[in-house]
Design a protein around this ligand. Structure first.
Ligand SMILES: [Zn+2]
Length: 156
């Protein structure tokens, strides 16, 4: 597994890109992500798609940290849910395209949470709830061209 922030062949650190947080919510509960309405978030696995033009590593570390001012929709979910995997792709323009592909991944399996993380684009959502028993996540990851990464100092 690659470490985030690893240098590429030219010696340049790749610190931008699109990322996916695979998160788990241990029990169903009400969450109000900022201005979005409070709703029940079901127990289970969520995929969140985001991007960082610079400072990808710092962004991911911010997501992992719970001590922060809540700003993005995902910040509210991450007060309750745990990040279990981080996937990245060194292409910071892939965000919306990736969200489309997740939505189309076995359409019956991934349910979009309307308006979540997509205030600045035309997507329905950048957060997807995976119905229990959803299989094929590794093949989805390969298909959309993301690598699983580990982060220094964080035991994920
Ligand atoms: Zn989008």
């Amino acid at each position: 597994m690659k470490s985030l922030g690893e240098k590429d062949v030219s010696g340049k650190e790749q610190d931008k890109g699109t990322y996916i947080l695979l998160t788990k919510l241990a029990k169903t509960q009400k969450i109000k992500p900022g201005k979005l309405p409070e709703t029940d978030y079901k127990k289970g696995t969520y995929l969140y798609v985001g991007r960082a033009r610079t400072g990808l590593r710092a962004r991911i570390n911010r997501h992992i940290s719970r001590q922060k001012k809540l700003f993005w929709h995902i910040d509210y979910l991450l007060q309750k849910a745990k990040i279990v995997e981080i996937w990245i792709r060194q292409d910071y323009c892939a965000e919306c395209n990736t969200a489309d592909k997740i939505r189309d991944f076995k359409p019956t399996a991934a349910k979009a949470i309307q308006g979540f993380g997509s205030s600045d684009c035309r997507c329905l959502s950048h957060l997807f709830y995976l119905l229990p028993g959803t299989k094929g996540l590794e093949s989805l990851r390969n298909e959309i061209g993301f690598e699983k990464v580990k982060i220094d100092g964080n035991n994920l």
